[in-house]
Design a protein around this ligand. Structure first.
Ligand code: BTN
Length: 263
C-alpha cells in the first residue's frame, strides 16, 4: 500500500474527484518523467502521478530533487492548455498561488512565495523552502501540455541541504493527514488553472503579490552566484516577469537562470 490511498483521496476530493485521475506508485524515477511518458501515450489532462520514492527526482536548473517518503509529498499533474507555450507565461507563479492558498486553507501561517516559483515559510526575518515547482511544457498543433511537478516538505527535511528548508508541519498548529494536504492542493490547483486558462496570469497577479516574500524590498538578482542586478522589487507584471526598480529605471526580469536574494 502506498502512502497515498486513491480511495481516501477520492473521498477528500469529493466533487472535484472527476477532474483528476490519480495513480499512486511506491517508486518511480521521477513522477514528472513518468507522467511525460504517459502523456505521450495519450493520458488525459488532469492525470496525476504521486510516488512515495523517486530514484531520479528532478529540480530546477538540472538539480536533483531529494525527498523521503514519510516527510514529503511528491507528485506531478498533467494539464493541457489551448495555445502555444509563450501564452503560458506566469504559469509557474499561478501554481505557486494555488499551493500557498491550499496551505493557508489547511491552517498554515507564514507561507509566502519567492519569484519565480518557490514556496517559502517565513519565520521572523528568515525564510526556508517549503515546496518547489518544476513545470515542463511541450506544444503541438493542438495546444500545450504542462507537466507540473511539485515537491512539498510535509516535515522539515534533514541532512546536507543546499538552502534552508522547512516542513508544512512547522506552519500548521495541528498535525495534518497527507490525504487532506493532497486534496487541498489539487482543489486549489484546479481553481487557479481554470482562472489561468481564461485570464492568464493577469487574473492571479494581485493574489501572487499578496504572498510575495520580498515585495517592495531591496533585492539582488544572481546568476551562477554572481550579482547581475540589484534594486527594489516592485512585484510582477501581467506576464509574471519580476519588476525591478534600478538606477536605470524599471526593468523586467524573466524566468531564467537567476535567483533572488534579499540585499
Ligand atoms: C525545484 O527545484 O525547486 C523544483 C523541484 C520540483 C520537484 C518535484 S518532485 C515531483 C516532481 N518530479 C520530479 O522529478 N520533480 C518534481
Amino acid at each position: 500500500m502506498t502512502l497515498i490511498d486513491p480511495v481516501l483521496l477520492k473521498a477528500r476530493l469529493a466533487g472535484l474527484a472527476g477532474r483528476f485521475d490519480v495513480d499512486a506508485l511506491d517508486e518511480c524515477d521521477s513522477t514528472s518523467s513518468e507522467l511525460m511518458r504517459r502523456a505521450e501515450r495519450g493520458a488525459p489532462s488532469g492525470s496525476v502521478v504521486v510516488a512515495d520514492r523517486q530514484s531520479a527526482g528532478r529540480g530546477r536548473r538540472g538539480r536533483n530533487w531529494l525527498s523521503s517518503p514519510e516527510s514529503s509529498l511528491t507528485f506531478s499533474l498533467l494539464w493541457r492548455f489551448p495555445g502555444n507555450a509563450a501564452s503560458l507565461s506566469g504559469l509557474s507563479l499561478a501554481v505557486g498561488v494555488g499551493l500557498a492558498q491550499a496551505m493557508e486553507n489547511l491552517g498554515a501561517h507564514g507561507v509566502c512565495l519567492k519569484w519565480p516559483n518557490d514556496v517559502l515559510l517565513r519565520s521572523g526575518d528568515d525564510f526556508a523552502k517549503l515546496a518547489g515547482i518544476l513545470i515542463e511544457l511541450s506544444s503541438d498543433r493542438r495546444g500545450t501540455q504542462a507537466i507540473i511537478g511539485i515537491g512539498l516538505n510535509l516535515a522539515p527535511p534533514t541532512g546536507d541541504l543546499p538552502q534552508p528548508a522547512a516542513g508544512l508541519s512547522q506552519a500548521c498548529p495541528q498535525p495534518i493527514d497527507r490525504h487532506d494536504v493532497f486534496a487541498a492542493i489539487l482543489g486549489q490547483l484546479a481553481a487557479v488553472l481554470d482562472t489561468f486558462t481564461v485570464n492568464r496570469f493577469f487574473g492571479l497577479k494581485m493574489k501572487w503579490q499578496s504572498y510575495h516574500a520580498w515585495q517592495d524590498q531591496a533585492v539582488q538578482i544572481l546568476g551562477d552566484g554572481e550579482e547581475l542586478k540589484r534594486g527594489r522589487c516592485l512585484g510582477v507584471d501581467d506576464d509574471g516577469a519580476l519588476l525591478l526598480e534600478t538606477a536605470a529605471g524599471i526593468e523586467r526580469i524573466f524566468s531564467g537562470d537567476v535567483s533572488l536574494r534579499r540585499a
